[in-house]
Design a binder for this molecule. Structure first.
Ligand SMILES: Cc1ncc(COP(=O)(O)O)c(C=O)c1O
Length: 460
């Protein structure tokens, strides 16, 4: 949104550089707002929705945001001390420990236990600090690492809010690369981006997100090994620290067998090189509590940085102090109620039962994922391609820019076919396509939505 009237005012003349630079991009809100009013089939909403009786035994037929079966109990009977007081700046220590144990527990879910690696994980990751959702975690960690005008590498298809935080807020720069090449992660583009940044900076910052928003991509096991080898080789070559921020917002939603089924954080943490992983989590999608606004930042430290356990503890405290300084100077501390709720949940249910509570929603999303991909395969049109996708909430259809602009296609879909999608158009970064949020489309509607997309393409 521009600020034409505001810019002429005395108020604007008093704005800081940040005040002048920042704005709320209207794209997603514009399309989802219109879809709510105009579309019969709405694929714009990035939250998991379903008929309650499809994910809750004995649920109603109401269309609702998906939630953990049994979570309602935790909204009742909280002690006044769990509601009213401030929490510690970096979060309630009991929840921080619970989340650290949860991270350790998840490291073993799909992997044979390797005692040495497990001990190292337990010892060398920081105790997560609590943030206001993943968004705030991205903001805090980027504030910690990025000066204005410095680069962070992240692919051309990414969550749009990265741009608001990195460019809009911090005045830093994004070194973008084309995410895919021949339907695979684009290693060449990624490597080039690292090379270019290594020339101008003493550190390489990378921000990755799997399952990805907007594509749904998760690296295959081969891709992930290649990615790690590439990072190792580059670190040796450029001899600069490589910090890899892993946005794990959609971590549990893996829908295919041939892709990695745990966060890339774990593998990066095992590496000896100065490849420093930073894990960003949120209760938001992981525990289906969007409104809770609880997230976590966890940093993987390297054994060679400290001489003994005492030094390691001091190092952790010093990192904590830095992050706490950032929290204190921005949000002061996070929501008490939901931290208390999560403590109660973990203490009464335990990790295994929490996984079981979430399973119906995971299954439901997986069924939709399979359905939408099998339907999309039926569209034979050389002007479109579907990005590799194996997890998360979304799928992305590229439209050949010579065929037409994604926003014009979305307009046609909305006005003539009553289908709402989010167009993403970034000509400078080779992005022209539509994101379909199957997380909020019932499976029975998927064939129809794809049929309408197919017809609209013929009509475009
Ligand atoms: C990739 C990605 N990261 C982070 C977020 C934000 O998470 P939160 O709501 O916990 O701030 C989203 C939300 O859409 C997202 O898609």
């Amino acid at each position: 949104m521009d600020s034409k009237i505001l810019e002429k005012s005395t108020l604007y003349s008093a704005f800081s550089e940040l005040g002048k630079r920042i704005s709320l991009p209207q794209g997603i809100f514009y399309w989802s707002g219109r879809a709510k009013k105009e579309a019969e089939l709405n694929g714009t909403i990035g939250a998991a929705y379903a008929y309650e009786n499809d994910f809750i035994k004995d649920g109603q037929s109401e269309w609702l945001p998906c939630y953990l079966n049994g979570i309602n109990e935790y909204f009742k009977n909280l002690d006044i001390n769990d509601l009213v007081p401030y929490t510690a700046i970096s979060g309630i220590s009991e929840l921080r420990d619970i989340w650290k144990n949860w991270i350790i527990y998840k490291s073993l879910l799909n992997e044979k236990e390797d005692k040495e690696k497990l001990d190292r994980l337990k010892k060398y990751i920081t105790t997560p600090i609590i943030t206001t959702g993943v968004t705030n975690g991205i903001f805090l960690i980027c504030s910690l690492l990025l000066n204005a005008n410095e680069y962070i590498i992240t692919p051309n298809k990414r969550w749009g809010n990265y741009d608001n935080i990195i460019k809009g807020f911090l005045g830093a720069k994004i070194k973008s690369f084309n995410y895919f090449r021949e339907q695979q992660f684009n290693f060449e583009g990624f490597e080039e981006a690292i090379d270019e940044v290594a020339v101008v900076q003493d550190k390489i910052l990378i921000l990755l997100n799997f399952p990805n928003n907007p594509t749904g991509h998760v690296p295959t096991k081969e891709e992930s090994l290649k990615l790690i080898e590439l990072l190792q080789a580059k670190q040796k070559e450029v001899k600069k620290p490589i910090l890899v921020i892993i946005d794990d917002a959609y971590e549990p939603y893996i829908h295919a067998d041939n892709v990695i089924n745990r966060s890339l954080f774990y593998h990066l943490q095992d590496l000896e090189e100065n490849i420093i992983p930073i894990k960003l989590d949120g209760a938001t999608k992981e525990l289906l509590l969007y409104g809770a606004r609880i997230g976590f930042v966890t940093i993987g430290l390297k054994p060679k940085w400290t001489k003994n356990d005492k030094e390691l503890e001091i190092l952790k405290n010093e990192i904590d102090n830095k992050l706490s300084g950032l929290i204190r100077s921005t949000i002061s501390n996070c929501n008490h109620f939901y931290q208390a709720l999560m403590i109660n949940l973990f203490n009464t249910k335990g990790s295994e039962e929490i996984l079981a509570m979430r399973e119906p929603v995971q299954n439901l999303l997986k069924e939709r994922y399979m359905k939408i991909n099998s339907e999309l395969k039926k569209i034979k049109n050389p002007n479109i391609s579907v990005d590799p996708n194996s997890g998360g909430f979304f799928t992305f259809i590229n439209i050949n820019p010579d065929y037409g602009k994604a926003s014009e296609f979305a307009e046609l879909l909305m006005t003539k076919y009553n289908v709402g999608v989010i167009p993403i158009e970034k000509p400078d970064e080779n992005v022209n396509g539509i994101r379909i949020a199957y997380c909020s489309i019932d499976i029975t509607q998927i064939p129809e939505i794809v049929k309408r997309i197919k017809n609209a393409l013929a009509d475009f």
